[in-house]
Write a protein that binds this ligand. Structure first.
Ligand code: NAP
Length: 438
């Protein structure tokens, strides 16, 4: 019996895309196989593992080995430097592939929508993070580290990453794969104090205990948290009955940090709660952030009439992301409109684009398995239609797996000489030339 081979297009070569490919590979049975074409806008794959995970967290990046093993499986092909909506339409993919899975993530930074947000030196995590990670679209972000204080808005793990990156010493950053342009800026940084502000209480913080504990391991950063705020939060949570283990852990870690004996270290991180930013002030650039003080009444966070302000030369907002749309999909509440991963016809969605910007890299595994089960249930007969090569202009410069491996090898070799995991190539043209010169 001949195998039925279903052709699947996965758009987006980040963790959700790779775990989707893996779920298809693992679901192959005699008689039913999957040929996977992974389509990626950038000349490089790995999504947030390359352009999101902080450079000083190399362990998290080792998941890229899993991605490379998935890419080695027969039937898998990479088509990088191919943009959905520009080089190929969703309609074209839909008509020609048996299923199309959108794994395009959430890349647009949410806005505070307060006066002063557009002042120079107020930037979003959606620009700052890809800037220090060498994303080729963000090399020119104007990052000014000339003042001694920065404010980070948001109490999630991205805010923690950003606070840490702003305070790490050049010596700690040097052996990482931080982009060279960013390293040169960090080396000259005058920032000595970062104030991270959450609008709700410590019990509502979105960051997690392991990330907090990581901070405490950095020897030259002193962390300040108001112990009264933590003790009150613990009381409030205890009154509600059974406490979730992760929350208990998070609060216990915060209390430990709050009670730590303080040395007079040069670099300081302060974590503040119950502070909503209401205005960013400054003449031509950020100079001050004004906050409303909140309190918790009957388990609800309410604004008081008290305000306070922080003098700072840099504000980075880390308040979540929204999915970016393209012709053929609807975005609602920051994600692609879907029901359990089904968009319409043979179009599906997975990862952050499906569920919004929540969850760590591993969350995408179970998510992708569920979507792939749904797709396989809906597949009947293969279409045997055109594949991506025939849908693109003949002159289009595709970076395939072999091309990417050349880019990867070149970066790793350049890094070895300088004792780094890699030196990222950040220029579009050079990336394309490295990846296409056979
Ligand atoms: P997040 O976890 O959703 O945190 C966003 C933070 O922004 C929350 O504290 C939220 O407060 C706050 N916020 C939202 N709108 C605001 C506003 N208008 N004003 C002030 N504050 C506002 O998002 P994230 O930090 O971007 O992280 C995204 C996902 O990636 C998370 O699942 C995270 O765990 C994961 N991640 C993991 C790691 C790691 O494991 N090392 C690293 C980075 C990211 P409210 O709660 O009050 O809305």
């Amino acid at each position: 019996m001949n195998d039925k081979v279903f052709r699947i297009a996965i758009v987006g070569a980040g963790p959700a895309g790779y775990f989707t490919a893996k779920a298809f590979q693992s679901s192959q049975i005699v008689g039913k196989k999957f040929a996977i074409d992974m389509i990626e806008r950038l000349p490089t794959p790995w999504g947030l593992v390359r352009s999101g995970v902080a450079p000083d967290h190399p362990k998290i990046k080792t998941v890229s080995k899993v991605f490379e093993n998935i890419a080695k499986e027969s039937g898998f092909r990479l088509f990088a430097n191919v943009e959905l909506g520009k080089d190929v339409s969703l309609q074209n993919l839909r008509e020609n592939y048996d299923a199309v899975v959108l794994a395009t993530g959430c890349s647009s930074g949410r806005k505070l929508d307060i006066p002063g947000e557009s002042l120079p030196n107020c930037i979003s995590a959606a620009e700052f993070v890809p800037w220090y990670n060498g994303h080729p679209d963000f090399t020119n972000v104007n990052v000014n580290l000339d003042s001694d204080t920065a404010v980070v808005i948001g109490a999630g793990n991205v805010a923690i990453d950003i606070a840490r990156m702003l305070l790490l010493s050049p010596g700690a950053l040097e052996p990482t794969d931080v982009a060279e342009h960013a390293f040169n800026t960090f080396k000259l940084s005058k920032i000595k104090k970062v104030i991270l502000c959450g609008r709700r209480g410590p019990e509502h913080a979105a960051f997690t205990a392991p990330e907090l504990r990581d901070l405490t391991k950095i020897r030259d950063i002193q962390i300040f948290i108001d112990s009264d705020q933590i003790n009150l939060a613990i009381l409030r949570v205890d009154q509600l009955g059974e406490v979730d283990r992760d929350l208990k852990n998070n609060l216990a870690t915060m209390r430990l940090i709050a009670e730590q004996i303080k040395n007079s270290l040069e670099r300081k991180l302060e974590i503040k709660f119950l502070a909503t930013p209401i205005e960013i002030k400054g003449d031509n650039k950020v100079e001050e952030v004004v906050f409303a003080v909140n309190e918790i009444k009957n388990s609800r966070v309410v604004e008081t009439d008290k305000i306070f302000s922080i003098r700072a030369g840099l504000v980075i907002t880390a308040i979540g992301y929204d999915a970016v749309g393209y012709p053929g999909v609807k975005i609602e509440n920051g994600r692609i409109v879907n029901i359990a991963g089904h968009v319409e016809h043979n179009i599906y969605v997975t990862g952050w684009a499906k569920r919004g910007p929540i969850g760590v890299i591993g969350t995408n595994k179970s998510d992708s398995v569920a979507v792939v089960d749904l797709i396989i249930n809906n597949l009947k007969e293969p279409k045997n239609a055109l594949s991506i090569e025939s849908l693109l202009k003949s002159s289009h410069q595709i970076i395939d797996q072999f091309g990417w491996e050349k880019i990867n090898a070149s970066e790793v070799i350049s890094g070895e000489i300088s004792g780094k995991p890699r030196i990222k190539e950040v220029d579009w043209k050079r990336l394309i030339s490295l990846g296409t010169n056979k």
